[in-house]
Design a binder for this molecule. Structure first.
Ligand code: SF4
Length: 377
């Protein structure tokens, strides 16, 4: 595939496809929540369509200035155990190794990282690596940020090779939207692919947690990038929030799930959009999200149906597993505190609720699913 040189765009005033008045109107939004895009990704937009999905992902909108949510909706601040390193679930640590992405999603849950006064990201990940080496219970490390694939390949190799020296780290994951934002980063860097080939081994794989939100992002070029990752021994899965006006229709979601699974990228998580500041135009209530997902699941094959719908809450990954006229049923899929592991919870149905904190519990049936099973047998 031929290689265009991808230019990054950070100045909204220079996005000529927007009218002068649009640029002026949206400038205060971009001043509050940074704008960033690139030529490849912008080329996917149909500028005649004001509701174009790619446009909704990266172009600022006035509604972002409405009061809504908190900057750190899942209280990630409480997860830091060393500079640049979060440890919330026993077996998994996060290294925040970069504070830029190939573009900025308007609904980003970590948009605080892009603000000039934020210092959560550490380019020198040594303190985090030392912490991980000293904690044998950590078998999974997620490189995140920002986007680790925005690092130079040499920087990435430095981090990955140091992690591979730690025996108890088996899985290295890269949370990345580069396969959607700029597949040429993968296609045009043989050294990156060689790095993956070297460190993604039969015993210890590297995973890319991709972030395709809409089927329009699955272009021929992005499929080539995904294919090269696969050939380099990387396992790629996909996770996406459900975003109002973007992918909150069963048909669009089913198309996304089907196309991903056809390309060999299993859909892994659907996330409830976090109530993050600036997300008023994007967040939709839990009940609506659940119904859209359940409808979409009827339209896809078993491989795509494995996906789970979760809230990345401060207390853990909480899966929504059921809905009746009166109740919402939730279960801890991952828990911050071991006593919550598998805990099943029933809440009063509330069609306006966006987050766990908006729900009122009916009761909590026995402490954990395992305990429940014991009692039932
Ligand atoms: S790719 Fe992820 S971290 Fe980067 S802007 Fe989008 S949601 Fe935020």
């Amino acid at each position: 595939m031929s290689e265009p040189r991808i230019k990054y765009r950070i100045n909204l005033k220079k996005i000529e496809q927007l009218s002068v008045s649009q640029r002026t109107e949206l400038l205060p939004v971009a001043q509050k929540f940074k704008f960033r895009a690139n030529d490849y990704y912008l080329s996917l937009i149909n500028w005649d369509d004001p509701d174009d999905p790619i446009r909704r992902i990266v172009i600022p909108q006035e509604g972002e200035l409405e009061p809504f949510g908190r900057l750190d909706a899942s209280n990630e601040e409480s997860n830091y155990v060393a500079a640049g390193c979060q440890h919330k679930y026993k077996d998994t640590a996060l290294l925040l190794c970069n504070e830029v992405c190939g573009a900025y999603c308007r609904f980003c849950f970590r948009k605080r990282l892009f603000q000039d006064n934020n210092h959560e990201v550490l380019y020198d990940v040594t303190p985090g690596i030392e912490y991980i080496a000293a904690h044998p219970e950590i078998s999974n490390v997620l490189l995140t940020g920002g986007d680790p694939l925005m690092l130079k390949t040499e920087q990435l190799e430095d981090i990955i090779s140091r992690l591979r020296e730690i025996d108890h780290v088996s899985i290295i994951r890269l949370g990345s939207k580069i396969p959607a934002f700029n597949p040429y980063r993968i296609i045009n860097d043989p050294k990156l692919l060689a790095l993956f080939k070297k460190y993604s081994t039969r015993e210890k794989r590297i995973y890319v947690m991709a972030h395709f939100n809409h089927p329009n992002e699955l272009t021929e070029v992005s499929r080539e990038g995904l294919d090269l990752l696969m050939q380099a021994g990387v396992i790629t899965v996909n996770q996406t929030p459900i975003i109002g006006g973007l992918n909150d229709s069963p048909e669009i979601l089913a198309e996304l799930m089907n196309k991903l699974s056809y390309a060999g990228v299993p859909p892994y998580y659907f996330f409830q959009c976090r109530p993050t500041e600036g997300n008023a135009p994007f967040d939709i209530p839990l009940v609506k999200t659940f119904r859209v997902i359940e409808e979409a699941k009827r339209l896809v094959s078993g491989l795509a149906k494995r996906i789970r719908f979760v809230m990345s809450h401060e207390l853990g990954k909480i899966e929504m597993v059921g809905l009746t006229d009166q109740h919402i049923y939730l279960r801890f899929h991952r828990a911050r505190y071991s006593a919550d592991e598998g805990r099943f919870m029933i809440f009063q149905r509330n069609d306006q609720a966006f987050w766990l904190d908006d729900l009122s519990p009916v009761n909590e049936i026995p402490v954990s699913v395992s305990e429940y099973c014991l009692q039932a047998s």
